[in-house]
Ligand binder design. Structure first.
Ligand SMILES: NC(=O)c1ccc[n+]([C@@H]2O[C@H](COP(=O)([O-])OP(=O)(O)OC[C@H]3O[C@@H](n4cnc5c(N)ncnc54)[C@H](OP(=O)(O)O)[C@@H]3O)[C@@H](O)[C@H]2O)c1
Length: 245
């Protein structure tokens, strides 16, 4: 079931960044795309430029997910909506930051999967693309965000096992730093957002990530691309740290 066999895609977090780039790539390949996010002005602009359909909704309102998304016969789900509230550190995070990041990156993403998968199982066909992060694969100094993406990593791997034999492929895409609005949305301190964004190296563009997503979707039916990790050339993970207290 490569991309040419799929007709309809559902993309969450489509109003900016990786989600918007993925909507563009999918519509260019002739798919009908339903783009989901809260900012209706952004979604309408995307609809004008790509022809996608739009659904403005807050994915943290779980009942709306079941009422709306379960009615769409999606061949592809790009489960991409996410946020990094509380990224500056566990001890700085407010209760609201924790609720927002875990509630969006884990709970909403799982509810979207739960709403969409039964239709795919019934049709014996479908492709899930979950947006993870290198922060979910390796330790970084962001327990909340890293933990949320670590959960997505194991959810993706375990779904592969639970869905074995049902004709559904599961791909997790784990980017390093991407030039999007992620940090603008992750803090109210725009000077901080600018400092964090200013890495001094060339980071990934959203189109680099959507190209990886399209690669996984385009693989022949016999192939499940399970995990894709992509980082800027000048970004690595790992290394040691010591504290002599
Ligand atoms: N940028 C990076 O460096 C990076 C690296 C690794 C992984 N990622 C992951 O990639 C995914 C996309 O992020 P991005 O970098 O493209 O950031 P972005 O430009 O900030 O996009 C995030 C998207 O999620 C949507 N969203 C957030 N909360 C939502 C909610 N409650 N209901 C509905 N939609 C919601 C936003 O739309 P509205 O605000 O309009 O609702 C927006 O479209 C995320 O899962 C992120 O964790 C990003």
């Amino acid at each position: 079931m490569s991309l040419k066999n799929y007709k309809t895609a559902l993309v969450t977090g489509a109003s900016s960044g990786i989600g918007a780039a993925t909507v563009k790539a999918l519509t260019e390949r002739g798919l009908e795309v339903v783009a989901v996010a809260r900012r209706i002005d952004r979604l309408e602009a995307l609809a004008n430029s790509t022809g996608c359909k739009v659904l403005s909704m807050d994915l943290r309102k779980h009942q709306q997910i079941y009422d709306t998304l379960s009615t769409i016969d999606a061949d592809i789900l790009v489960n991409n909506a996410g946020t990094g509230r509380g990224f500056t550190g566990f001890l700085d995070a407010t209760a609201e930051d924790i609720e927002t990041t875990m509630g969006t990156n884990v709970q909403a993403a799982v509810h979207v999967l739960r709403a969409v998968l039964p239709g795919m199982v019934e049709r014996k066909s479908g492709h899930i693309v979950n947006l993870g992060s290198v922060a979910g694969l390796y330790p970084i100094n962001s327990a909340i965000y890293g933990g949320s993406k670590g959960a997505m990593h194991l959810i993706s791997q375990n779904l592969r096992i639970e869905l074995l034999g049902k004709g559904i492929r599961v791909t997790e895409v784990c980017p390093g730093r991407v030039d999007t609005e992620f940090f603008d949305a992750a803090t109210d301190d725009q000077a901080l957002a600018e400092r964090v964004k200013n890495t001094g190296v060339e980071v990934l563009q959203s189109e680099d990530v959507s190209a990886a997503i399209m690669f996984a979707l385009d693989a022949p039916a016999r192939t499940n691309i399970s995990t894709i990790e992509l980082t800027p050339t000048n970004q690595v993970f790992g290394g040691g740290a010591f504290a002599n207290t």
